[in-house]
Design a protein. Structure first.
Length: 424
RNA sequence: GGAGAGGUGGCUGAGUGGCCGAAAGCGGCGGUCUUGAAAACCGUUGACCCGCAAGGGUCCGGGGGUUCGAAUCCCCCCCUCUCCGCCA
């Protein structure tokens, strides 16, 4: 959520900035509601002050044994009027809130302006895409040959966009997860968390998935829970309704969780393989920091995700998402795109975002700034460190050999207890 | 699932209709004392909203009701704890 003051005092400018990311702000509607809100709120508060004063006087009069009936009649009428006003006020406020919850974050000035992923800005590349002296296969063919990846089997259980992994491939998936968790906790200073995979609608609203992206969530009807689309949701919400002391910041969390996405609206996109699934695992990194630290932290966080790919020896590039491609709550996002020989292109494997105070405002996540002498919103950041399923794909495709077997990246060989996977 | 107890400020915990945004203690902050520290003593210490400000308003788990007036009375919901049953 944006600072409400922006919609009150700097509406036109805010609308212009939002237009850059392709969002049309209902400025007229907001201006009208604000004006009415101010009028009704002022009157409400005046009447409340009157009621408080006169009720108090009435208490005193009664104690003094005076006749209070005339006073009572006047106050009763005032109470009725007040009730109407309060109803009207809360209606206006609810509508303003509803609008505000649907407004995306403002982007940082360093974010390139654009309309699609074609306008994203490449920042750097790491590693050379491998040259094959044979025709490389994609992970579907490789996995099927090894009998370790099965979409049909999963289809029988749950339908499309699910997969089963077995034997060495399942183990490779686990080894990747373990490797990432160890790296981030040992080398990068994160605190490992185990968190709920089901969360309340309030939590999902706090991190920005609701109300706008309800269609993309899996919802448990019976109890009004949502399956988390990413561990960003529970990890960031750890700061919900808190006022953290200065010495408690920064907080950095890592968690390995499954992620659930309905992928509504992506029909026909990435239907082959396990690039886009209803369920996938991810190791997620979340920072809660002082506002002045958030952009430095974004670079650090991105570096932590990059380290995973570097140690795995996977070529990748870093792009800054443009205003047309960036996510709802982010002010700035770096995507890490790993090279996939099966597709001969770079594909997203991590997304690292600074949400500034956008989520913090929704979550009421604050800290005690000693310089301000009052609570101030924190900044929150999140990044995949990295998507496990996609890392699995990248390893399989990049480390394939002519005979269809897979070399095990060095950093995983101990965990895998082998150097080559030649069958599941 | 059954029975009971309870949700008040950073924490513990008083408060059963107006004098309560709320006692007291702890913790925090400032000071006195001290070579320094501790102890002791004194003072101070919630969040949010509107407003340039002065000031006003809201908040005692959430929602609704009674009343001139609700932390306090009534109703619904949520959560926590204890015991029993079941169970990974």
């Amino acid at each position: 959520m944006l600072d409400p003051a922006l919609l009150r005092k700097d509406l036109a400018n805010t609308a212009t900035r939002l237009a850059r990311r392709g969002f049309v702000l209902e400025a007229d509607r907001i201006a009208a509601l604000e004006e009415e809100r101010r009028r009704v709120q002022t009157e409400t508060q005046e009447l409340q002050a009157q009621r408080n004063a006169r009720s108090k006087a009435m208490g005193a009069a009664r104690a003094a044994g005076e006749d209070i009936e005339p006073l009572r009649a006047g106050l009763s009428a005032l109470g009725d009027r007040l009730k109407d006003l309060q109803e009207s006020l809360s209606g206006i406020q609810a509508e303003l809130r509803e609008i505000s919850l649907g407004v995306p974050n403002l982007t940082h000035e360093s974010v390139p302006v654009g309309t699609s992923e074609d306008d994203n800005r490449e920042e750097r590349r790491w590693g050379e895409p491998r040259r094959f002296d044979f025709e490389p296969l994609d992970h579907v063919d490789l996995g099927t040959r090894l009998a370790g990846v099965d979409f049909e089997l999963a289809g029988k259980l749950a339908g499309s966009r699910f997969v089963t992994l077995s034997g060495s491939i399942a183990r490779l998936h686990r080894a990747l997860t373990q490797f990432m968790l160890e790296l981030h906790t040992r080398e990068h200073g994160y605190t490992e968390m185990y968190v709920p995979y089901l969360v309340s609608p309030e939590t999902l609203t706090g991190t920005g998935q609701l109300p706008k992206f309800r269609e993309e969530q899996f919802h448990i009807e019976k109890q009004d829970y949502y399956l988390i689309p990413t561990a960003e949701v529970p990890l960031t919400a750890l700061a919900q309704d808190r006022i953290l002391e200065a010495h408690e910041l920064p907080q950095r969390y890592v968690a390995h969780t499954p992620c659930f996405r309905s992928e509504a609206g992506s029909y026909g996109k990435d239907v082959r393989g396990m690039l886009r699934q209803h369920q996938f695992d991810k190791v997620e990194l979340v920072h809660v920091v002082r506002p002045q630290d958030s952009y430095r932290t974004l670079e650090e966080l991105t570096g932590h995700a990059e380290k995973v790919l570097q140690l795995l020896g996977l070529p990748y590039r870093v792009v800054t998402l443009c205003t047309g491609d960036i996510g709802f709550g982010a002010a700035k996002t770096y995507d890490l795109e790993v090279w996939l020989p099966g597709q001969q292109r770079y594909r997203e494997i991590s997304s690292c975002s600074n949400c500034e105070d956008f989520q913090a405002r929704r979550l009421k996540a604050r800290w005690r700034n000693p310089e301000l002498g009052r609570p101030e919103l924190v900044h929150t950041l999140n990044g995949s460190g990295v998507a496990v399923g996609r890392a699995l794909i990248a390893v399989i495709e990049n480390y394939q050999r002519a005979d269809g077997s897979i070399d095990v990246p060095e950093v995983l060989q101990d965990a895998m207890e082998r150097e080559v996977i030649d069958r599941a």
